[in-house]
Design a protein around this ligand. Structure first.
Ligand SMILES: *Cc1c(COP(=O)(O)O)cnc(C)c1O
Length: 374
């Protein structure tokens, strides 16, 4: 992976392959590393980022605020002020506790580590967020994926049967789901919560775009935790996720946390951003409006298959085309989206585009029109 040091080819580095084969766990060797392409000069519509930067005045006051941060000191280990700011800005119920992660990816890992034994099962519908499976394998748990139905809705019968068969210790449900963009049916989720013997984590990474949350179910279900992140609302670079639920669960999951996992600049910057949440709310509203426009425009293209989304991205398929060809030709036109369609199954030939600025969306659409025009 690292080609920075060409002299490593000169033979100064010993051959470790036999040792690696002996000691790195086979299931780890079998994992394909999560590949993040280098965007270079491309219009980047592949990673569900908020395309907007901050107004200049806001940027200036942020810089003024973080300039006095004591970066020679360790951060507040509990990040208590940041937690209060989250509570206030995001209406987190008073009787719920909050646990912070270095991105919600780290929270997924901490939850799995607290629960993992080799016999226990992590279960998630598929297609969904790939880290559920990756992290289950990383911590040495078994993983079971249960296919969604053809309209990407939970297959209740299949889910309930799988819960009965595998008695999963941990279930992940992304609400809305990534990469499909839809909100699963609430009754289907309630049935899963009632049938599940273990913990159910509802991942609300796209909450800012969804207009729906299960946070108010926390009082009702003792096996529910709700996870969110500030990444998709416009702070992906800070790496901050938060898990909400009963202190009885969170006190133990917290033991898996490495000390000081939320650095001082993230604590300060996130607190500052939450005090100015109106800026992000306005950006989010804009993105939701533009999502509807882009959806209509995609639907208007000849026989495109476009899936409704409650997130900041849209999944689609171009009948008669391999997704790989669409992906490559968009890239030649300097537009980077995500190709999910190389494997057989529900996502065969599907592509996912993140909603960008109006100009970026227009450039993407024009490029797509140019590619598929008869
Ligand atoms: C992007 C995403 C995450 C990861 O968010 P980070 O906080 O940036 O780690 C988690 N869950 C889902 C469903 C996502 O799409």
């Amino acid at each position: 992976m690292n080609n920075d040091n060409p002299s490593s080819d000169a033979g100064n580095v010993p051959d470790c392959s036999a040792l690696v084969a002996q000691w790195i766990r086979p299931e780890v060797r079998a994992i394909n590393a999560y590949h993040v392409p280098n965007p270079g000069e491309l219009i980047k519509l592949d990673a569900m980022e908020n395309p907007y930067s901050w107004p200049e005045a806001l940027r200036d006051s942020w810089l003024a605020q973080i300039s006095s941060t004591a970066i020679n000191r360790y951060p507040d280990p509990g990040a208590d002020e940041l937690k209060s700011a989250l509570r206030k800005a995001l209406a987190i119920p008073d009787d719920c506790s909050i646990l912070l992660g270095n991105g919600s990816d780290e929270l997924i890992q901490m939850i799995a580590m607290a629960i993992a034994t080799p016999e226990r099962v992590v279960l998630a519908p598929e297609p969904s967020f790939v880290m559920y499976r990756m992290i289950a394998l990383m911590v040495g748990m078994r993983y079971e994926g249960v296919p969604l139905n053809a309209s990407f809705e939970l297959d209740s019968d299949a889910m309930l049967a799988a819960i009965k068969e595998h008695e999963p210790a941990l279930i992940f449900l992304a609400y809305p789901n990534n990469p499909t963009g839809n909100l699963f049916d609430k009754d289907a989720i309630a049935a899963i919560l009632k049938a599940s013997p273990g913990l159910v984590v509802v991942d609300e990474a796209y909450f800012p775009f969804a207009g729906s949350t299960l946070m108010d179910w926390l009082q009702q279900y003792p096996n529910l935790l709700v996870m969110r992140t500030v990444s998709k609302m416009g702070l992906a670079g800070l790496r901050l996720g938060y898990l909400v639920g009963s202190e009885q669960w969170l006190q133990h999951i917290d033991k898996m946390r490495l000390p000081y996992n939320i650095n001082v600049l993230t604590q300060e910057s996130a607190r500052f951003a939450l005090e100015n949440i109106a800026v992000f709310d306005a950006q989010t509203r804009q993105i939701c409006e533009d999502r509807e426009t882009l959806f209509q425009q995609l639907c208007a293209l000849d026989n495109l298959e476009v899936f409704p989304s409650q997130a900041n991205f849209i999944l689609f398929r171009v009948p008669g085309w391999a997704s790989q060809d669409i992906f490559e030709q968009l890239k030649q036109r300097c537009v980077l989206i995500k190709n999910l369609g190389n494997q057989p199954g529900l996502l065969k030939d599907c592509l996912r585009v993140t909603v960008g600025t109006q100009q970026e969306n227009a450039q993407f659409l024009q490029a797509l029109r140019d590619i598929i025009k008869p």
